[in-house]
Design a protein around this ligand. Structure first.
Ligand SMILES: [Zn+2]
Length: 444
């Protein structure tokens, strides 16, 4: 029988601690004779959950093992006793661990997982499922981590998915500057341009493979296949001891969370089609807002200042344009209605925009002005008069074309599908394990 172990450490950082705990559990399970049947699944959940930062992540390990009870006990021990970097801003971790044994993932788990991508779920719903399906579970500090642990089990990544190779730091280096040769990252990025994504941010020339802060993650390279990631990492200049690495299979870079919205609920993620109702305007802080008419009702949309290039595109929209928008819904405040925080803009149709003006004076070429309703025109310069004639109309060039627009890589969500992944979507799971899909750095 197949074991599915869900892990969520609910750390406030970008998910680094959860994957670090997972890497320790993987090593232990390997020693207990586990046969992994898939890469560990790194499942990103709804990024708009209020008590999470942008990293909302959980892990599912899928394997066969002679003694599942022993494996669960070992995982629990690691979750309870592992030393983690301390972050003064970190809220109390609320880890959760859940074990499901079975060859088929029940539809209840799949539905729960789908909802965890787009909506806000309660701990009690996770507990109900655990009870109903007789799952083994462990949690502390309120058990918020049970939500992610159950949701990770329920997403077998059967459709589009990507991979991430994550390297972990030796604990003695936690909190210290990461020693990664910047030039080698840009070189790797250019060599593996078509098989990796979001290594760096072109405009700010910031490196995106390394988190900042006390996270145990040294770096993570995201891409299309496990072997391209192994080749990519060998190009990097790393001047610090790496404790180990793991290749994950993930819904990162798939926009799996942006399915069509069924309603407009605070903190939910999704997408909706509509017609632009007014000219987008810049408000305080440099944020850009516009009103969209959708079948769910009128919706205020926002492109915040960090969305940079996306914000510039939004400013070019005109009343009447047909678009699709995706993102997270910010709850209404005392002064504001619900706002959809834009993660992508798909322009479907740009309406033509016209400029009308009076013809020029035939006598002197000066500009003509109307003398009143049906009174004809008079030249401002030579005062010549002409009878009423229709205004001239010219089509204004539109500086935006139908197409797909995203914020720059540095402002994208982990889940956002980068433009270069369009056309590369996988239709079935790729589970063939590389021989060295996890290990210490000597096997890299
Ligand atoms: Zn004139």
């Amino acid at each position: 029988m197949q074991c599915h172990l869900g892990i969520d450490d609910t750390d406030s950082q970008a998910g680094g601690c959860t994957t670090y705990i997972a890497s320790l559990i993987i090593e232990k399970l390997g020693k207990l004779g586990a046969q992994f049947t898939d890469y560990p699944n790194l499942i990103r959940l709804n990024p708009n959950i209020p008590y999470k930062t942008r990293g909302n992540a959980a892990i599912a390990l899928r394997f066969k093992v002679p003694a599942p009870e022993k494996a669960f006990a070992a995982a629990k021990w690691i979750l309870r006793n592992s030393l983690l970097p301390t972050d003064p801003l970190n809220q109390k971790p609320e880890p959760g661990l859940v074990l499901f044994i079975g060859d088929r993932i029940p539809s209840m788990l799949r539905i729960f997982s789908q909802e965890a991508l787009q909506t806000v779920l309660s701990i009690s719903r996770a507990r109900d499922l655990i009870k109903q399906l007789h799952l083994r579970s462990f949690s502390t500090n309120g058990g918020r981590g049970l939500i992610g642990a159950v949701a990770a089990i329920g997403n077998p990544l059967n459709e589009d998915h990507t991979f991430e190779l994550i390297c972990y730091r030796h604990p003695k280096n936690w909190g210290f500057l990461r020693k990664i040769g910047k030039a080698s990252v840009f070189e790797m990025d250019s060599v593996f341009r078509s098989s990796t994504f979001n290594n760096s941010d072109p405009k700010s020339s910031r490196i995106l493979i390394a988190p900042r802060g006390p996270d145990p993650v040294l770096l993570g390279i995201r891409g299309e296949t496990p072997s391209s990631l192994m080749n990519a990492i060998r190009m990097l200049d790393l001047d610090e001891q790496v404790q180990g690495y793991v290749i994950y299979r993930s819904n990162q870079g798939t926009s799996e969370h942006l399915q069509t919205l069924k309603g407009l609920q605070p903190h939910e993620a999704g997408s909706v089609r509509g017609t632009v109702m007014d000219h987008p305007r810049i408000e305080r802080g440099g944020h850009v807002f516009f009103e969209l008419s959708t079948k769910l009702g009128s919706l205020k949309c926002a492109a915040y200042e960090p969305s940079d290039s996306l914000r510039q595109k939004v400013l070019l929209l005109e009343k009447g344009d047909r678009v699709q928008v995706g993102g997270g819904i910010r709850p209404a405040s005392s002064t504001d209605a619900l706002v959809l925080n834009l993660e992508f803009l798909l322009v479907e149709e740009c309406i033509p925009v016209y400029r009308t003006f009076n013809p020029l004076c035939l006598a002197c070429g000066g500009s003509m002005t109307s003398m009143g309703y049906r009174q004809g025109l008079r030249c401002r310069k030579c005062r010549a008069r002409v009878p009423p004639i229709p205004k001239l109309r010219v089509t204004q060039p539109r500086n935006i074309a139908p197409g797909f627009y995203l914020p720059p890589p540095r402002s994208q969500r982990h889940l956002t599908k980068p433009i270069k992944r369009f056309g590369k979507e996988r239709r079935r799971p790729y589970r063939r394990l590389l021989e060295a899909w996890y290990g210490n750095v000597s096997s890299l």
